[in-house]
Design a protein. Structure first.
Length: 151
């Protein structure tokens, strides 16, 4: 059974943080062969979404607020390869969007989608902004979701 948790950086245990870093590297750097600097000094300011199957991390994403406190920045959405096709991407995005909608005074959310996943994010109300660009050897496109989030 998959359990979900949402934690600020200071709430993560050392083992959870290690698992997150190892998980992201195994997907983005090893599996996708994308060379980029994963440790970007944003984890400390982010809220982390973890999907666990027993003690194994199988889904992950993070959100932080931009320096102007106007946009939620969604990053590092990833699903373990053995769990893809089970709609876990939908589940984690729904959890992230629900979290964001509870933050007052935001203008919207943004993310950098791998181009082949653009349609996945469009179903959550994101639209492409600008032209695709290379990020670590993989084409990405910036996507926005604008709205007054405050209830």
């Amino acid at each position: 059974m998959i359990t979900w948790s949402v934690k600020k950086y200071d709430e993560l245990s050392k083992n959870e943080l290690y698992s997150i870093i190892q998980f992201r590297m195994s997907i983005f750097i090893v599996e996708q062969k994308s060379i980029y600097e994963d440790l970007d000094n944003l984890d400390q300011h982010a809220v982390h979404f973890l999907g666990m199957d027993d003690d194994k991390l199988i889904a992950y994403g993070r959100v932080h607020i931009d320096s102007n406190n106007q946009y939620a920045i969604i990053r590092r959405i990833c699903i373990h390869k053995n769990y893809r096709g089970q709609k876990l991407g939908d589940v984690i995005m729904e959890k992230i969007i629900a979290h964001i909608q509870a933050i007052p005074d935001l203008h919207g959310a943004e993310l950098d989608a791998q181009v082949h996943l653009q349609y996945f994010y469009e179903k959550f109300g994101f639209h492409p902004e600008g032209e695709p660009y290379d990020d670590g050897g993989i084409l990405h496109v910036r996507m926005l979701k604008n709205y007054p989030i405050a209830p």
